[in-house]
Design a protein around this ligand. Structure first.
Ligand code: DGY
Length: 322
């Protein structure tokens, strides 16, 4: 039987999602490593649906090159890679995958916080180089977590989950967002704090904001200079929220003690000097990278897409089509 809808999938997502799609759609799955702009436009031009990654910029030219397109399903919770206005103008529904990746991302934020504060990656490198000469009183001294202050930038699902995990360390939680989060205030005694104060008083700052025009370079030189020289910055949200060149200076010149980054300003490129800094822990955007989470994301992305093609409402729309 001929399938009714044609869908372009820009990369091989887990089978759990592909099977759902394949039951109803003719799939064109891009299997090469890097999708060029020309290839993107060519593959999309006759498609009804697009399932794409956060690393696929979907701008107005790409959107307008696909006259049949009805839905863009992003395999991510963040959707800054998509020109939402251009899609909305064309009546195209854009969807995302919130919720299922909250815990995995919060866990990674904590893994990074612990790694940078206890200098775990430095220690690992020392062992592999064969430089360990035995226990020493001053070897790789890091920062304590207990009773310290955790600053959360962005108190949505993931920021709140990170804050909840701080209870075991008896931390004071400060948070900043566009609006207050009474639930977080009640559950972990978190304090809504102006940005300048959050930068100045926190021992650890973890970023969980979406990338928008307002949050781009929110953590700039001024903010970094406000932080304590013993503080560590963790970013599992989006790279451009931090001015990477300013961060390199902050780490080199000791304005702050360390940074742990899962996201970068120009992925997959990273500032060349970051790689040589011992007080930076770097991971390759793996916040949601657990088997269970990626399977769940694949299913939701597929279901969102099919719901729109079937003429219904998707579970997680990010724009409103009148
Ligand atoms: C997202 O979904 O936005 C994450 O960055 C992917 O891990």
């Amino acid at each position: 039987m001929k399938k009714k809808f044609r869908v372009f999938v820009t990369s091989r997502i887990p089978e759990a999602g592909l099977q759902i799609l394949a039951s109803k759609c003719e799939l064109d799955i891009f299997a090469d490593e890097k999708l060029t702009r020309t290839q993107f436009i060519r593959h999309l031009q006759d498609k009804d649906g697009l399932l794409c990654l956060l690393s696929n910029p979907v701008d107005s030219e790409i959107i307008d090159s696909a006259p049949r397109l009805k839905v863009i399903s992003n395999y991510a919770v963040g959707y800054n890679n998509i020109d939402i206005q251009a899609a909305t103008r064309r009546g195209i529904v854009v969807t995302n995958t919130p919720g299922v990746l909250t815990d995995a991302t919060a866990d990674l934020a904590w893994a990074l916080l612990l790694a940078v504060s206890r200098r775990i990656v430095e220690g690992d490198r020392m062992m592999r180089r064969g430089d360990y000469r035995g226990w020493e009183p001053q070897l790789l001294l890091g920062q304590d977590l207990k009773d310290k202050t955790l600053g959360i930038l962005g108190a949505g699902r993931i920021g709140s989950a990170v804050a909840r995990r701080s209870v075991g360390w008896n931390m004071q939680v400060l948070y900043f967002d566009r609006k207050r989060n009474p639930d977080l205030e009640e559950k972990v005694n978190a304090r809504f704090t102006p940005l300048n104060q959050l930068f100045a008083y926190s021992d650890f700052i973890s970023i969980h904001l979406p990338l928008t025009a307002e949050t781009n370079h929110l953590v700039d030189e001024k903010a970094l200079r406000r932080m304590k020289s013993t503080a560590c910055l963790v970013n599992t949200a989006r790279g451009p929220i931090v001015d990477e060149a300013a961060l390199v200076r902050a780490l080199k010149e000791g304005w702050i003690a360390g940074a742990a980054l899962d996201v970068f300003e120009n992925e997959p490129e990273i500032h060349p000097e970051l790689k040589s800094l011992n007080n930076a822990v770097l991971t390759p955007h793996i916040g949601s990278a657990t088997v269970g989470t990626r399977n769940a994301m694949a299913k939701i992305a597929a279901e969102n897409l099919l719901a729109v093609l079937a003429g219904g409402k998707p579970r997680f729309p990010v724009n409103h089509i009148g």
